[in-house]
Ligand binder design. Structure first.
Ligand code: FAD
Length: 403
C-alpha cells in the first residue's frame, strides 16, 4: 500500500469510478515502491531510469488509451490519473511515458499504415522499443511552422535534411517521429535508429528533468523508404494533434508534482518545531501557504476532470487543453516554490523531493507550449484576435545593444 494518502479536499474521489481509482492506486504504489527509492540518485546522475521500463510495460502504461493490440483502452480520466501519479514521482518519468504514448504511439496508431502500426505498436507497448518525437528545431520552438527540416522524394525514397533540438529520449529511441516540410506541406516520418545520415547526441548541463534524456537529432541526406512516411499526415495540424494529447496528460501531471510538494510541506510543517515548542504549522503565515496550495490543487483537479469528460465526449478543443496545461503547471510551479519556503534550508537539498520538482517544473512550464503561448491561445479564443505575431513596425528592426 502507498503511504501517500492523496490530496482530496472536496471528495474528488467520489467523482471517480472504482476502476479509475484502481488504476491510480496501482500506479501510486508503483511510484512509491519503485520510483521514489531511486529517483534522487537518477536526478543527481542525470540518468533515465530505464530499469523501470519493463515494469511500466507490464502495467500497460504505454499507449494505455489504445484498445487494440491487447492494450487496455482506458478512458481519459484513468489516463490522466496515470500521468498524475507518474509526475508525483518525477516529471522526467512522466515525460518518458507521455512521449512514448502521446507523441509516438498515438501518431503511429492514428496516422500510420497497417504495417507501421503492426510493427511498432506492440514493440512500443512492451517497452521493447523506445520512441521520440522531433518537432522543435534550434531556431523554431514556439513557432514550429517555421521549421527548416525538409523531406524530398527521390525515386523510391525520402531524403531528410535538417536538425531537431530538445528531443526527449532522442538518443535512446529506436524510432523517431520526425516532422519535416515536403513540397506538399508538413508530414510525419518514421526514422529508425542507425539509418545512415541520422545522428543524435545528448544535451548536457541541464538543471531540470535530469532523470530524462534530452537530445539533438541531425539529418544529412538521410534516406528512408517511401513507406516511412505516416500516410495519414496532411500538415502541421497532425503534429499539433499529438501535442494536444500530450498537453492533456500534462494538465494532470502538473497536479501530481503539486501534490507531492504540498504533502511534503504539510508533513514537514507539522513536525518542524520553532519558537516556544510549537510546530511551524501553527503559524498563520505557514497555514496561508498550505491553504493556497490545497485550494489551487483542488481547482486544478476539477479543471482536469472536466477536460477528461469533454475529451471522452469528443468535445474537447485545443483551447480547453491550453487552459488545463497552463493553469495546472503554473499551480505546480507555485506549489514547489511555497513548499521549498516551508522546508527552509531543507528545501534546497534532495533529501526531500521539493527542489527536484521545482527544477523539473521549469521544463514542463516551457515545453509543449510555453505558459505564455497558451495564454495567447486562450486570448485568441476569447477575443477572436490572434496575437502570436508582433504588429508590423515599419522601418524598425531589432537592435543589438552593445558593441
Ligand atoms: C526538457 C525539454 C524537453 C523537450 N522535449 C521535446 C520533445 O520531445 N520534442 C520536441 O519537439 N520538443 C521538445 N522540447 C522543446 C519545447 O517544446 C520548446 O522548448 C518549447 O516549444 C519552447 O520553444 P523555445 O525553447 O525555442 O522557446 P522560444 O519559442 O524561443 O520562446 C522563448 C520565450 O519567448 C516567448 N515567446 C515566443 N513567442 C512569443 C509570442 N508570440 N508572444 C509572446 N511570447 C513569446 C516564449 O513564451 C518564451 O518565454 C523540449 C524542451 C525541453 C526544455
Amino acid at each position: 500500500m502507498s503511504r501517500f494518502p492523496g490530496v482530496d479536499y472536496l471528495e474528488f474521489d467520489s467523482l471517480l469510478s472504482e476502476d479509475e481509482r484502481l488504476v491510480r492506486d496501482t500506479v501510486r504504489e508503483f511510484v512509491d515502491e519503485m520510483v521514489k527509492p531511486i529517483i534522487e540518485e537518477c536526478h543527481r546522475d542525470a540518468r533515465t531510469p530505464l530499469e523501470l521500463v519493463p515494469k511500466m510495460a507490464e502495467l500497460d502504461l504505454f499507449g494505455a488509451t489504445i484498445d487494440e493490440y491487447g492494450l487496455p483502452g482506458l478512458g481519459s480520466v484513468a489516463y490522466g490519473l496515470i500521468m498524475q501519479e507518474l509526475e508525483r514521482g518525477d516529471s522526467g518519468l512522466r515525460s518518458f511515458v507521455s512521449v512514448q504514448s502521446a507523441l509516438v504511439m498515438y501518431p503511429i496508431y492514428t496516422f500510420g499504415s497497417q504495417p507501421q502500426r503492426d510493427r511498432w505498436i506492440p514493440a512500443l507497448a512492451a517497452g521493447e522499443a523506445i520512441g521520440c518525437f522531433g518537432l522543435t528545431e534550434p531556431d523554431f520552438g514556439s513557432n514550429p511552422g517555421g521549421m527548416r527540416t525538409t523531406a524530398r522524394r527521390d525515386g523510391g525514397e525520402w531524403v531528410l535534411n535538417g536538425a531537431k533540438q530538445w528531443i526527449t529520449n532522442g538518443t535512446l529511441a529506436d524510432v523517431a517521429v520526425v516532422w519535416a516540410k515536403t513540397p506538399d506541406g508538413v508530414r510525419g516520418f518514421l526514422v529508425e535508429k542507425g539509418t545512415p545520415g541520422f545522428t543524435s547526441s545528448d544535451q548536457h548541463g541541464k538543471f531540470s528533468l535530469r532523470a530524462s534524456t534530452t537530445s539533438e537529432l541531425g539529418f544529412v541526406n538521410c534516406r528512408i523508404p517511401a513507406d516511412a512516411m505516416l500516410p495519414g499526415t496532411v500538415g502541421l495540424k497532425n503534429a499539433l494533434m499529438c501535442l494536444n494529447q500530450a498537453r492533456y496528460g500534462i494538465a494532470w501531471g502538473g497536479l501530481g508534482a503539486a501534490m507531492e510538494c504540498y504533502y511534503t510541506a504539510l508533513e514537514y510543517a507539522k513536525t518542524r518545531i520553532q519558537f516556544s515548542g510549537q510546530p511551524i504549522a501553527s503559524h498563520q503565515l505557514v497555514q496561508d501557504k498550505l491553504v493556497w496550495m490545497i485550494s489551487e490543487i483542488t481547482k486544478g483537479q476539477l479543471l482536469a476532470l472536466q477536460l477528461a469528460r469533454l475529451k471522452d465526449a469528443g468535445k474537447v478543443k485545443h483551447y480547453h487543453i491550453s487552459m488545463g496545461k497552463r493553469n495546472n503547471v503554473w499551480v505546480a510551479r507555485e506549489c514547489a516554490k511555497l513548499a521549498r519556503e516551508i522546508l527552509g534550508a531543507n528545501g534546497i537539498v534532495d533529501d526531500y523531493p521539493v527542489i527536484r520538482h521545482m527544477l523539473n517544473i521549469e521544463s514542463v512550464y516551457t515545453y509543449e507550449g510555453t505558459h505564455d503561448i497558451h495564454a495567447l491561445v486562450i486570448g485568441e479564443r476569447v477575443t477572436g484576435i490572434a496575437a502570436f505575431n508582433a504588429p508590423e513596425r515599419p522601418g524598425k528592426v531589432a537592435q543589438t545593444v552593445g558593441a
